[in-house]
Design a protein around this ligand. Structure first.
Ligand code: ZN
Length: 357
């Protein structure tokens, strides 16, 4: 048994976290400083200003290797009036993490959002979904929509983590940049500027929380199925908001138009979606977030027409039964009783894919 204590002091004036490893008796304390605000793929990977702070638990890795610790204690020092908002277990400003389900405290921390500020709880006490906003940003519509998107993930994908799910929405970020901290199964932190799709991002993370444990609980065994991890999560942004009847940007037409435009501009990008692991950079982004969701949509449409089932039920089935398919196409065929070989050939394996209508 090894344990580690970290003290995390938030300094909103200097936009930084000071992370101190508690001394183990002989060694002096080690102090690290993390400046938040570096841009990342879906926005800044952390943010701190005088109103609020949000960051991935991953940034605490600056304090040193945490992978071997079986227990991790975090103590936060916050400005007066600030409250800690996170799905991590604990009380007040202290959180204690034990490894669980084969995951180390560090792995749990890495996929957790941590927010702090004068937050107010906006969802019902005891509800598995906890939504927080700042006092002067009540956001009643967004809180209601977040609950509706959560409900889709719960009902259609069977997402029911024992620890609930925590969403923290801060104010619009300067410059309209999206801001988010952690990801996946323990919650989501974001700025609330509607033009930057906070609800879609929340849906995306809910989908990853499910599709990491099922279908594969690991990278897909076959490289040709790799696209489905991001493709499904991105398509779920569209599907969750559609089912939740949340007004959002029309994602499908935007993806189609973008795919068609990019294929005209970059003929060499007409590669099979199944080749995704072998490409990088902008082409990988294009496959992840444009071609992937379109292919997932084509699979969903064909499943509905041919079997009366749909893609969410398939993913929920795998997550629920804990099956580990080795091949996506065969697993869908076995489960649905129909073949989608032509859909895979057209949208996944084709080097010159059309955009599904
Ligand atoms: Zn993703």
């Amino acid at each position: 048994m090894t344990s580690l204590a970290l003290v995390v002091a938030l300094d909103p004036h200097a936009a930084m976290l000071r992370i101190t490893r508690a001394p183990d008796g002989e060694a002096p304390p080690i102090t690290h400083t993390v400046h938040l605000g570096e841009p990342g793929r879906h926005g800044h990977q952390g943010w701190i200003d005088e109103r609020w702070a949000t960051f991935d638990g991953a940034v605490l890795a600056a304090a040193g290797p945490l992978a071997d610790e079986s227990t991790l204690q975090l103590r936060f020092q916050l400005p007066p009036g600030w409250r800690l908002v996170t799905g991590l277990p604990g009380r007040g400003t202290t959180r204690t993490l034990e490894g669980s389900h084969g995951r180390s405290p560090w792995q749990i921390l890495r996929s957790t959002c941590i927010a702090a500020g004068p937050f107010v709880r906006r969802s019902a006490q005891g509800s598995p979904l906890q939504v927080f906003t700042l006092p002067d940003h009540a956001l009643p519509e967004q809180v209601q929509h977040a609950a509706a998107v959560w409900r889709v993930a719960h009902d259609a994908l069977g997402f029911a983590p024992p620890h609930g799910y925590t969403v923290a929405w801060g104010p619009p970020a300067p410059g309209g940049e999206p801001v988010h901290g952690g990801t996946n199964e323990r919650g989501s932190c974001t700025s609330h500027d509607g033009s930057h799709r906070p609800l879609e991002l929340m849906a995306h993370r809910l989908a990853h929380a499910v599709n990491r444990d099922g279908p594969w609980a690991a990278p897909p065994p076959h490289a040709r199925d790799h696209w489905f991890v991001e493709g499904f999560a991105t398509w779920f942004e569209h599907e969750a908001l559609r089912r939740a009847e949340v007004p959002g940007r029309a994602r499908l037409p935007a993806w189609r138009a973008r795919a068609d435009r990019i294929h005209r501009q970059h003929p060499s990008w007409r590669v099979p979606l199944g080749s995704e692991p072998r490409v990088s950079g902008d082409l990988a982004e294009h496959l992840h977030y444009v071609r992937g969701p379109l292919a997932a949509h084509a699979l969903d449409q064909a499943l509905r027409e041919r079997s009366g089932k749909d893609l969410l039920s398939f993913v929920a089935h795998l997550a629920h039964t804990r099956q580990r398919p080795d091949d996506l196409r065969r697993a869908i065929a076995r489960w649905s009783g129909v073949t989608l070989d032509d859909v895979f050939a057209r949208y996944v394996e084709s080097a010159s894919p059309p955009s599904p209508r």
